[in-house]
Design a protein around this ligand. Structure first.
Ligand SMILES: [Zn+2]
Length: 289
C-alpha cells in the first residue's frame, strides 16, 4: 500500500511540474453562469466568482503563477475588491494562489480540515483561512445566501460544496470531476464511499434547472451530475464483488474491469492505472477492515 501511495504521489508531482513550464500560455477564461456569477477556467480547479454590490466572492484560486492573470480576468467582470475567498479543499491546484491574494489583504474561509492541512503542510500564514468552520456556513452577500456545506471524507476530509441560493447554482469542488475519473485523496482523508455519498446527497438538494460547476471539467447541470453518479455506482458495482472475492490489485488490473470507461474517463488527472489502484484498494480496505 505504501508503495502504491508513493507511486500516486510521484504521478501527481510529475503532472504538476510538467505543466509548470507553461504558465505563459495559460488563459483564464470567464464563463457566464448567471448574471453576476461566473466560472473561470485556466489550469487547475475551476474558479467561481460572484460579483455585486458587496464585492467579489471568489471560490478557489488555482496556482500561484496564475494569480495576476486571475485578477486581470476578474477585473474584466468587476472593479470591486475581493471581499472573501473560499477554498473547496486544500489541494494546491485550488489553493495555490492563496498566499499571493492573502498578501493583498484577501480573507480566506474554508473547512477546519483545510486550515489544518494547509497549516501542517507549511503554508505561509497569508495562505491560511482566517475563518474556518466544521459543518456549514452562510455568506449573505450580493443579494445571495451563499451556503457552504461540508461533506465528510469524500475527495479529501475537508471538502465543501457551495450553494448559491438565489442563483440556483452550486460549485462542487473536486467532489465532481466532470467527464473524467475522480481523484480520491485517501491520504488526505478522502474515501470512495464518502465521494458517492456526497454526490448522492447533492443530487437530492438540486433541481433540473440547477447549474453545476465541477472542480474539473465543463459547466453542467443535474443531468450531468447524474451521469457522473451513475458511472461511480457502476464502477462500485463492478469492483466490489472482486474485492469480496479477495482478488489482489494486480489480478484485478489483469481483468481490465473498467475498460469500457478507460477511454473516455481515463484522459483527465487520473489515468486508468492510477484510478483503479486507488479505488480498488479503498474498496478492498473498507470490506476487509
Ligand atoms: Zn482536489
Amino acid at each position: 500500500m505504501k508503495i502504491l501511495i508513493l507511486a500516486c504521489v510521484s504521478i501527481l508531482t510529475l503532472n504538476i511540474s510538467a505543466i509548470s513550464q507553461d504558465w505563459d500560455n495559460i488563459k483564464i477564461t470567464p464563463i457566464k453562469v448567471h448574471d453576476n456569477l461566473y466560472m473561470m477556467t485556466g489550469e487547475g480547479g475551476n474558479i467561481g466568482v460572484s460579483i455585486g454590490e458587496d464585492g467579489i466572492f471568489l471560490i478557489d484560486d488555482q496556482y500561484a503563477p496564475l494569480t495576476e492573470k486571475i485578477l486581470a480576468a476578474i477585473g474584466t467582470l468587476s472593479k470591486d475588491a475581493i471581499k472573501f475567498a473560499f477554498n473547496t479543499h486544500y489541494h494546491g491546484d485550488h489553493t495555490g494562489g492563496n498566499e499571493n491574494l492573502g498578501k493583498q489583504g484577501v480573507d480566506f474561509v474554508a473547512h477546519d480540515n483545510v486550515y489544518k492541512r494547509l497549516n501542517e503542510g507549511g503554508s505561509a500564514k497569508e495562505a491560511l483561512p482566517i475563518i474556518s468552520f466544521n459543518d456549514q456556513l452562510t455568506f449573505h452577500l450580493n443579494g445571495l445566501h451563499i451556503n457552504t456545506r461540508h461533506y465528510r471524507n469524500a475527495h479529501t476530509d475537508g471538502d465543501s460544496i457551495v450553494y448559491f441560493n438565489g442563483k440556483n447554482t452550486i460549485h462542487m469542488g473536486d467532489i465532481f470531476f466532470n467527464g473524467s475519473y475522480p481523484y480520491v485523496d485517501v491520504e488526505g482523508g478522502g474515501s470512495w464511499k464518502g465521494l458517492i455519498v456526497a454526490v448522492q446527497s447533492t443530487l437530492n438538494n438540486i433541481d433540473d434547472n440547477t447549474k453545476v460547476i465541477p472542480g474539473h471539467g465543463s459547466l453542467t447541470d443535474k443531468e450531468g451530475l447524474k451521469i457522473y453518479y451513475n458511472v461511480l455506482k457502476d464502477i462500485e458495482g463492478i469492483l466490489t464483488p472482486l474485492a469480496l472475492s479477495g482478488l489482489s490489485l494486480n489480478d484485478v488490473k489483469k481483468l481490465k474491469p473498467l475498460e469500457k470507461y478507460d477511454g473516455d474517463y481515463g484522459k483527465g488527472f487520473m489515468d486508468p492505472n492510477s484510478f483503479i489502484s486507488i479505488v480498488y484498494e479503498d474498496i478492498y480496505r473498507n470490506i476487509n477492515q
